[in-house]
Design a protein around this ligand. Structure first.
Ligand code: PMP
Length: 658
């Protein structure tokens, strides 16, 4: 057998924060899958991705192991915390602790401790050698079959039974009191060999982090070391741990044992769960407290440079509709014709009944525009990234991803079966280093072409050269590049005057193009593969004809009127010049111009003040950008006038000075 322990932490501004921990005692056969699943748990934990993980494996000889029977479980339902604490006193009386009230009073001294307090029940003396750390009972696990595949989902309840069983069987210990420090978890327990494991349903108020643990010692002073040794070193396997079963709405009276349930009734019962609505509510309160709660503004007009909200006109400098063609006559004409012919709603996925000639026309148009053999359309850019990355990397490998890539790329990486290595933003040296450090048989390098929150451009020539030399697939996301950069708006390849193209050219139809949807352009081989494997394509109803018509029209407008793109590029230069003349050192080559403010609240306040002045400029904050780098994200349109841009630049500069 082997003991395996995992601890994972992440760095939070130089401070190491614990995110996950686990320990198991398993057979050699299970070692491999156990290490893998613990690694996965630490690396992709809901509390964050680990920056540091420690996995310790030690051999356990058979004769070192002690097998114990799990304590029997009972549940005591109490209506409030006071009643819960009375139950603790009752328990202490049952196990003959001389002064129960005094023991209860000591409980609050454990709240700040990491481990448990070891308390002499006769003298109330604290016996743990380090009063801050306390004592941690460790080296224990529940018994499982060697041949069963390890399912290592965290089960706090089962882990608590294992721990309580070890503690209750420890020489010198007569009992234990435990209250969780998890603010959402109010059930605690008392345990001893005599009483078994007794859950008490309310030990503290919801939202309170006041939790702690006391091991109650009743032995000779000179034997304390033996007790600590057992708690910290003895290898213990607990037999017969049953899942917690509480029957919904069944009222369990004091000490009534939880009934044994057969297989069929197990599906109708719950494991220990938090109240889902409370969890949701707490998350929202937390967001509000941190000024991260989001609300929406309701616009009553088309997405042009001038919009109406609550009957008032605003200058819109926050939209991705860079060319301002959503009401272009050609666009409307194409859409009306499509509605007349096809109606709305496509009725099926592309591979069933939802494939119209119009979809194919759009795909040919995109391929022509991007200079590739073929293309495939998805319902949004977000879905395109998810579907493509997960399909390409479905059999594993390594993805190298820029740290500022769009959320949809990050989510695509998460959905894939590949490992993900994040390299420093647009840092081609770091990309090379990371590739060298992470050898793989099959890999993908992915980057935004224009970064959505910083507006800077990928160093495409170096990027492609590195991918080619290392035999890695290259993928770019041109959401903010198509229709924006390159002399005629054809995107990043045109910007760099390059004929060589990335293997996977992804983009959206919803920004400069003015419609909706996402696409991938590339070789016929790639597109055939995606049609056959990309789940976001296969299992979703296709875009309706009117959206497809808008996308076709958008591309046609860019092709026929490249002066729109040139107007947008002029506006970018003009606006940056005006910002610089106002004393702000800001420049950009794309329609996205970030004005970094830092503080979340300050960014929100400035955005609101601009709104009062009639300028709609969004504040962007965590989690869209890193904490402490909140910003105004100015997004320009081809239709903004010089006068409007000059006024906006002066206003922003003035507000930043204050
Ligand atoms: N990629 C990038 C870089 C984006 O900025 C966006 C949209 N914000 C998307 C993908 C998703 O595209 P869509 O809005 O069409 O879903």
């Amino acid at each position: 057998m082997f003991s395996i322990k995992m601890r994972a932490s992440k760095d939070d501004n130089g401070r190491s924060v614990h995110i996950s921990g686990a320990e198991k005692i398993i057979s050699e056969k299970q070692l491999d899958s156990c290490v893998n699943s613990l690694m996965e748990r630490g690396l992709y934990h809901p509390k964050g991705n680990a920056d540091f993980m420690n996995i310790k494996i030690e051999r356990v000889k058979g004769d070192e192991l002690e097998y114990l029977d799990a304590l029997p479980v009972t549940t005591v339902e109490v209506k409030d915390r006071q009643e819960g604490h009375r139950e603790i006193v009752r328990f202490l009386e049952e196990i003959a602790v001389p002064e129960p009230q005094k023991v209860l009073a000591v409980l609050k001294d454990t709240y700040a401790m990491r481990g448990a307090m070891l308390l002499d029940v006769n003298t109330l003396e604290r016996l743990e050698p380090d009063g801050n750390r306390g004592i941690r009972a460790t080296y224990m696990d529940q018994e499982r079959s060697e041949n069963v595949d390890l399912k290592l989902e965290k089960n706090h309840y089962e882990e608590a039974i294992v721990l309580a069983t070890k503690v209750a069987n420890c020489p010198g210990i007569v009992g234990e009191i435990c209250i969780s420090d998890d603010p959402d978890y109010v059930t605690g327990y008392v345990a001893s060999k005599k009483t078994g494991y007794r859950r008490i349903t309310k030990m503290k108020e919801l939202g309170s982090e006041n939790g702690g643990r006391i091991f109650l010692y009743n032995g000779k002073k000179e034997d304390v070391e033996k007790t600590i040794d057992y708690l910290q070193k003895k290898r213990v396997i607990v037999k017969g741990v049953k899942p917690l079963v509480t029957i919904q709405s069944a009222k369990l009276s004091d000490n009534q044992p939880v009934p044994d349930l057969n297989e069929s009734s197990l599906s109708a019962i719950n494991c220990e769960r938090k109240n889902p609505m409370t969890v949701i509510e707490n998350t929202l309160s937390d967001l509000k407290e941190k000024h991260l709660f989001r609300t929406m503004k309701s616009i009553e007009s088309a997405q042009g440079s001038h919009i109406l909200m609550n009957g008032k006109e605003y200058l819109l400098m926050a939209s991705n509709s860079y060319l301002d063609i959503t009401k272009h006559p050609h666009m409307l004409e194409r859409c009306r014709a499509a509605i007349d012919k096809y109606g709305v709603g496509s009725g099926g996925s592309r591979l069933t009944t939802g494939n119209m000639d119009l979809h194919e026309e759009l795909e040919n148009k995109i391929a022509g525009f991007k200079g590739t053999e073929a293309s495939i359309v998805f319902n949004t850019g977000y879905v395109a990234n998810l579907a493509v990355i997960s399909a390409i990397m479905k059999n594993g490998g390594v993805i190298f991803s820029d740290e500022l890539n769009h959320a949809s790329i990050i989510d695509g990486c998460r959905l894939s079966k590949a490992g993900c290595v994040v390299y420093k933003h647009n840092d081609m040296e770091d990309l090379e280093r990371k590739i060298a450090e992470n050898p793989c048989e099959f890999g993908l390098v992915v980057s935004d072409a224009v970064f959505s929150m910083d507006g800077d451009i990928l160093k495409l020539p170096r990027f492609l050269e590195i991918c080619r030399r290392n035999n890695l697939l290259s993928m770019i996301d041109e959401a903010h590049a198509t229709g924006v950069i390159g002399a005629t708006g054809h995107g990043i390849s045109e910007h760099f005057h390059m004929s060589e193209k990335p293997d996977i050219m992804m983009g959206t139809l919803s920004k400069a193009i003015g419609g909706e949807g996402g696409y991938v352009a590339g070789s016929r081989l790639l597109i055939d593969y995606l049609r056959n494997t990309a789940r976001g394509f296969i299992f979703s109803t296709s875009l309706s004809a009117v959206s497809v018509a808008a996308d076709i029209a958008g591309i046609e407008i860019i092709e026929k009127e490249p002066e729109l793109v040139q107007r947008l590029q002029h506006n970018v230069r003009y606006f940056c010049k005006k910002l610089q003349e106002s004393g702000l050192n800001i420049s950009s080559e794309t329609a996205i111009i970030p004005v970094v403010i830092g503080d979340e609240k300050k960014a929100m306040d400035i955005s609101e003040k601009l709104m009062e002045e009639g300028f709609f400029i969004s504040a962007i904050r965590y989690p869209t950008v890193a904490k402490g780098s909140a910003r105004l994200r100015v997004a320009l349109m081809a239709s903004h006038t010089e006068d409007e841009l000059e006024r906006a630049a002066r206003l922003i500069a003035g507000m930043l000075e204050k």
